[in-house]
Design a protein around this ligand. Structure first.
Ligand code: SF4
Length: 240
């Protein structure tokens, strides 16, 4: 999608282009200053642990997952241990993360495939990761970007979804399309870091309800419709 060819956002001045390279560069610069050293908040020691933690984090919080995983990996230290389980055996250990039946199926299924088809090692390629049960682009991007240091895509979780729309970096609602928009306007070497920075920003300031706009380093270049404080004009269409 080419955001630049879309009609200008409602309530914005003529000529305003929210995805103009200089505005995007300004956002990236400010994120770097505000969140210089951020990385994935899910605790892990290897690619397998990160993959499991990411699967468990769906519809849950990183804090909750970080409570569950240390015990889990003590009980089942290797991918082979998980592959030998029946999903029902795993359910009690991950119950508190929610959706535990599906997650147990995904984790055990992924372990079995990694053991049988990838020699017990988490694959390093997007197309191979996507063949694992329960792994979609978001999870694959977390593992590739955080553990393997490959910028294959942008992680579009609930924070990236909400903030990209508030900042008018996309007008789409579908995570796949949002990712495509972000990959078009953000330099590839920043994809992983941008994801982490926006996720931290979403936890700290740009929260879903009542964002803390008065404290936000992006305030004077953000026109979100649901800002709680603003020194610039509001754009009605810049909604999460
Ligand atoms: S100004 Fe408010 S809405 Fe805009 S990015 Fe900052 S916290 Fe979010």
């Amino acid at each position: 999608m080419n955001v630049g060819k879309e009609p200008r956002p409602a309530g914005s001045p003529k000529g305003y282009k929210p995805t103009a390279p200089e505005r995007v560069a300004d956002i990236l610069k400010r994120l770097n200053q505000a969140y210089p050293d951020v990385t994935c908040a899910l605790q892990h020691h290897d690619a397998w642990e990160l993959l499991v933690a990411t699967i468990l984090s769906a519809q849950s919080t990183d804090v909750r997952v970080n409570i569950v995983t240390p015990e889990l990996f003590k009980k089942y230290p290797t991918v082979q241990d998980f592959a030998a389980l029946k999903p029902e055996q795993l359910q009690p250990d991950i119950r508190s993360t929610g959706f535990f039946r599906n997650k147990a199926k995904s984790v055990v299924g992924a372990a079995q495939k990694i053991v049988s088809e990838f020699g017990g090692k988490v694959p390093e390629k997007m197309d191979e990761l996507l063949t694992l049960p329960g792994v979609a682009r978001k999870t694959a991007n977390v593992v590739l970007g955080t553990w393997f240091h490959q910028n294959e895509g942008v992680v579009v979780d609930t924070h990236v979804h909400r903030i990209s729309r508030r900042l008018e970096l996309t007008r789409n609602d579908d995570p796949k399309k949002i990712e495509q928009d972000l990959m078009t306007i953000i330099p590839r070497d920043r994809w992983t870091l941008f994801s982490h920075q926006i996720i931290w920003h979403g936890r700290k300031l740009c929260i879903a309800r009542s964002p803390k706009c008065a404290d936000c380093p992006l305030e004077d270049i953000c026109h979100a419709a649901d800002k709680t404080w603003s020194t610039v004009e509001i754009h009605k269409s810049a909604k999460p």
